[in-house]
Ligand binder design. Sequence first.
Ligand SMILES: [Zn+2]
Length: 258
Amino acid sequence: MLTDAHVNFSHKDLINSVDQLITEGREGGVTRFLAVNSNLYDIETDYNLVKKYDFVDLSIGHHPYLCNEVDEDNLEALLEKHIDTYKNKIKVIGETGLDFSYDVKPINQIKSFKLHIESAIKNNLPILIHVRDAFEETYNILSDYKSELKTVLIHCFTGDDNYAEKFVNLGCYFSITGIITFKNAEKLRGTIKKLPKNKIFFETDAPYLTPVPIRGEINKPSLLKHIVEYYSELTEEDFDDIAQISSKNYERFISCQP
Ligand SMILES: [Zn+2]
């Protein structure tokens, strides 16, 4: 009973084998998936890839990487239109957020991020956030919307103890990736270990971030168990308990419960 809370099925490395990846994922214990849309203009593709699976949820959002040009009115109208069209499948707003390690103007990223937040509030949906080299700005923006926002997920969390604590205090959920298995992630492991057990779940972020010991291959949902195993050993917990707790946490996240 595992949940893979982030799969990029429309990525070129996965798009031609989605059915197989889902079948293998289920054989590997994954009973629930979140298919992440990160390009608003491609939502129909993402929807069609997974529409026949009722155990696969869909998100909708425009990644900060794609925010070089942001026409706010257009972005907002498109978001609302697509949410309405695919409302039976869409459970989450995102992937959105801030990534200042990337060569995209921060002002544009912030505009897009705020539009997504406002859409999440308006549609009563949880929000999935990507944050890299922009923890302070993300924290400040989320704090401004704290009373209105439902549940917030910091996906692939890579912050330090200080930001972990700040986002925990905002009530955020955290999804943990294969990065925790990487040799050079000693500091991150220390931080992840301290996150509250009722606020974490797991994701492959496939096709990216393949966990040890399969590094070098394309990541896929069937490899999620390696991440959960690693976390269970790290925290000296039972694998089945962690699988169950984390899947329940995901359920609460998408049902907008703290
Ligand atoms: Zn991301």
